[in-house]
Design a protein around this ligand. Sequence first.
Ligand code: ATP
Ligand code: MG
Length: 186
Amino acid sequence: MSTEPGPQSVKGPRINKGLTIVNTGNGKGKTTAAMGVLFRAWGRDMKVQMLQFIKHTTANFGEQRAAQKIGVPVRAMGDGFTWRSKDLDQSADLARALWEDAKEIIASSDNDLVILDEFTYPLHYGWIEVQEVIETLGKRPEMLHIIITGRHAPQELIDFADLVTEMNVIKHPYSEGIKAQPGIEF
Ligand code: ATP
Ligand code: MG
């Protein structure tokens, strides 16, 4: 028998609700898990879109290509920021600009699922206020599902979310000197 803790049983009526989902942790799979849900929702003719923070505007990985083929809006609007970036002000400005667009997209009733990919970084670095994000999410259309990915999810966001998963590294080929493989990593 499994010793894993199961979901707590809840008495009373079950409700429908747009979920706030956070995929965090240092292991691989945060963005791709979000894209798996996007694929699933898209298959149900739900209106889906993904906004990618941090990732370079010109990103043309497998996922951007797939999205274009199936006609799902995926917009990357970053400068490929890493902790080594020279121009942090520019990274912060790009993140704030995309957040301004994200707020409108979230407030409109045009979507069923919106993914804010790598959104934890602008929060972690203090470029965008967590409190403002929580307020925006709190007053969004009732059935809109939101997925936020990235390492170091702030505690306030975790507290607010309905579903939080932490990916942990057990093994990663990177530490064996294996290059990122097309179709698996990008
Ligand atoms: P994916 O996009 O494959 O779902 P992710 O969103 O969980 O991965 P990120 O933290 O966004 O991962 O990192 C992006 C890239 O860094 C991925 O290509 C991933 O394989 C790689 N990566 C993730 N975890 C590690 C790790 N522990 N060591 C080295 N590289 C990693
Ligand atoms: Mg990611």
